[in-house]
Design a binder for this molecule. Structure first.
Ligand code: FAD
Length: 428
């Protein structure tokens, strides 16, 4: 073997593909490309991969949803048609098989939501990382891409700032852009990909927080923090018309009205507020009872009480305790009034409130608290069969950077996996 002397320069093979962002989409794309024999470099600006994946599903990671394809796609809010090809290439069943093959046991919960049996989102993030490492992907952390380099409408590399703060460039023939959205920016998703895409001539559909808490001017709101209401029906009204109806749970915190139901309706609420429309959320705390049945129930409760018991006790029997004082104020009935003194008018007011507690929605929580970003790289300018840019050859997109978003329930991660897999196949 020829000996190397000190002046010999060892030429390293250039990378075929550079993937920007080691999130859900980026790791799926990088591993897929490496499996097909490509030399892949994955650049991640944070100190570890999958920072966002690690906090998903309140630390449990709702990794996908097991509904049949048609039903699944109904939960995709934007560009459903565009997503169909990627979903056909790598659907929710494929995601389940993928993680089980990687040794992560999964289980299906209410609403067909799929979680790791361990209850640990880290298992999902680590499986994705292992997939990349096993496939031979080279990963550089604390490495922030600053530019995608093109020549004559083709990608030829990227510029980045390395761990030590030095500017470097690396050539390649294909780039997969997986920088995510702008929600929860502390996880690394700060929207860099939108600027790269815009600089290369892509249209960026306006960005809005989606699946985000809603702010209300309801005077009792500050007394409701920490409260969780289960099995309620929430109806979103936009300019007085019913826009959406959801069943489930709703929570209250200093961030606003949250919980699965509020997050699901937030997508429409945010758009309506941006358009200057009036928005309100009406909560029915007794959706299983019509007004007449509820009235009979209340009368039965009153009949079973001592006349010297208080109105507050009646309320206590009908709603969670923390709601009693704020709702008594809303009803303008003193909770210490004797039950025997309760009038029919007051009972009617109580029923109306239980069936239609109304929250005027005045604002929404910012990107810092939003689960996803609506808007992004316009799908009109991306080939749905390949995820390649229609403007720049060799540039591919995957994940939340695209103008794709869905309901809560495991749909958003599936978007990242489906588009990541298709992009990683580097079809032309
Ligand atoms: C709190 C929370 C809970 C969630 N729970 C769920 C859930 O249970 N189920 C579900 O389906 N969805 C959930 N989501 C949504 C889901 O996490 C995202 O839709 C998904 O992670 C998007 O994947 P992505 O790879 O496109 O982007 P990201 O996961 O955001 O990854 C983007 C990566 O790119 C890196 N990056 C950005 N810019 C650069 C740059 N210039 N150079 C190098 N690297 C860069 C970032 O550091 C980051 O690692 C949740 C989101 C949040 C915020």
């Amino acid at each position: 073997m020829e000996e190397l002397n000190q002046t010999t320069v060892v030429e390293r093979e250039p990378y075929d593909v550079i993937v920007i962002g080691a999130g859900a989409a980026g790791m799926m794309a990088a591993g897929t490309a490496a499996r097909s024999g490509k030399r892949v470099l994955l650049l991640e600006k944070m100190e570890k991969s999958g920072r966002k994946v690690r906090i998903t599903g309140k630390g449990r990671c709702n990794v996908t949803n097991a509904r049949p394809a048609e039903e699944f796609l109904e939960h995709v809010r934007t560009n459903r048609e565009f997503l169909k090809q990627a979903f056909a290439e790598f659907n929710n069943r494929a995601t389940i098989r993928f993680f089980e093959r990687m040794g992560v046991k999964l289980e299906i919960e209410r609403g067909e939501r799929v979680f790791p049996q361990s209850g640990k989102a880290w298992d999902i993030a680590n499986a994705l990382l292992e997939y990349c490492v096993e496939s031979g992907v080279k990963i550089l952390y604390e490495t922030r891409v600053t530019e995608i380099m093109t020549l004559g409408g083709r990608v030829f590399g990227v510029r980045y700032r390395n761990k030590r703060g030095f500017e470097r460039k690396e050539e390649c023939s294909q780039v997969i852009l997986c920088t995510g959205g702008v929600s929860y920016p502390a996880t690394g998703s700060t929207g860099d990909g939108y600027s790269f895409a815009a600089d290369l001539g892509h249209t960026i559909e306006p960005l809005r927080p989606s699946l985000t808490p809603l702010k209300t001017s309801h005077p009792q709101m500050k007394f409701l923090h920490g409260l969780l209401l289960k099995n309620i029906r929430a109806t979103l009204y936009i300019d007085g018309e019913v826009a959406r109806e959801e069943f489930g749970e709703i929570g209250f915190s200093e961030r606003g009205i949250e919980g699965a139901v509020a997050l699901r309706v937030s997508r429409d609420a945010v758009d309506a507020l941006i358009d200057g429309k009036s928005v309100k959320l009406v909560v029915d705390m007794k959706p299983a009872l019509d007004e007449e049945t509820l009235q009979e129930r209340i009368k039965r409760e009153i009949a079973s009480m001592e006349p010297t018991e208080f109105f507050g006790e009646l309320m206590r029997r009908l709603m969670p305790k923390p709601l009693v004082m704020p709702l008594a104020r809303e009803l303008d009935i003193h909770s210490k009034n004797y039950i025997s003194k309760t009038t029919d008018v007051e009972i009617t007011r109580l029923i109306k409130t239980l069936k239609g507690l109304t929250f005027p929605i005045t604002d929404y929580a910012p990107f810092e608290y939003a689960v996803t970003t609506a808007g992004g790289v316009s799908c009109e300018e991306v080939n749905p069969y390949t995820m390649e840019s229609l403007k720049v050859r060799g540039l591919y997109f995957a994940g939340e950077v695209l103008d794709l978003d869905a309901n809560t329930g495991g749909y958003n991660l599936q978007i990242a996996f489906s588009t990541g897999r298709l992009a990683g196949l580097l079809k032309q």
